[in-house]
Design a protein. Structure first.
Ligand code: SF4
Ligand code: SF4
Length: 243
């Protein structure tokens, strides 16, 4: 049995929808005049923190789109101790992501074991040439400075191991700096007292002269003793000898 419709009910329903929508807050974004407020975990672009990358190639291998390009070479590090073995390490030559292929799945960031890749909410990097969407390592590093700080821990949460390790290293460095400072102060103080010590050492080294020597000293012409007298030929043995 078909339901009877009241004439004009459709119009009333339509007006009700219009009224409801008119009273709701507008969701239109005025971009680019007004920058949108994006959630902190927005997937805009990928930043590379190069110092953490060990060139393990995991991200490039796991990327479903094969849009991560990595080049590297091996470098030998001489042994730190005599008789030790030389070590080799990978040095990054190229790291690039082609954002024209990337599907923003985030797998590369998830699999990176060394926290070298991060999401940044930046999204304004459209290009007129598709080749410019391949971002090389310098550009990927620049994106790092736009990565938001991690959210604060829940109250009462256990401190992450990384923080404890960083604090331990910072404490150790501070202790080393303090020891070096104390050593410098001690050396400066020792240098300040050194002249007196030298004088004392010189005085101790001087031999005590016998009494006769003192007479000999007084017999020698002093600066004002015999020089004031007029000289005679007898006073000049050299000339006398020659005569
Ligand atoms: S987000 Fe996904 S597609 Fe893009 S580079 Fe990472 S793994 Fe590849
Ligand atoms: S997974 Fe991480 S450490 Fe390994 S190559 Fe990729 S970015 Fe570097």
């Amino acid at each position: 049995m078909s339901r009877l419709s009241i004439p004009g009910s459709g119009l009333a329903k339509g007006l009700a929808v219009t009224l409801r929508t008119m009273t709701k807050k507008t969701v239109t974004e005025q971009y680019p005049d007004v920058q949108p407020e994006l959630p902190p975990r927005t997937r805009g672009v990928i930043g590379l923190f190069e110092e953490n990358c060990t060139v393990c190639m995991l991200c490039a291998r796991e990327c479903p789109d094969w849009c991560i390009y990595i080049d590297s070479h091996k470098e030998t590090i001489p042994a730190a101790t005599p008789g030790g073995r030389d070590r080799s390490r990978n040095v990054l030559d190229r790291f690039a992501i082609d954002f024209s292929l990337c599907m923003y799945c985030g797998i590369c960031i998830e699999v990176c074991p060394f926290d070298a890749l991060f999401w940044s909410p930046e999204f304004e990097y459209s290009e007129t040439d598709i080749r410019d969407l391949t971002h090389e390592r310098d550009k990927l590093r620049e994106w790092m400075w736009t990565v938001p700080a991690p959210p604060a821990l829940d109250p009462g949460a256990e401190e992450p191991k990384e923080l404890a390790a960083a604090r331990k290293t910072a404490d150790k460095l501070a202790a080393q700096q303090e020891t070096a400072q104390q050593e410098t102060t001690r050396q400066q103080a020792a240098r300040a007292t050194e002249p007196h010590a030298d004088e004392q050492a010189r005085a101790a080294e001087q031999p005590t002269r016998p009494m006769g020597d003192s007479k000999q000293q007084t017999d020698q012409p002093g600066p004002t003793s015999d020089r004031s007298k007029p000289r005679t030929t007898g006073d000049q043995p050299d000339q006398e000898g020659r005569e």
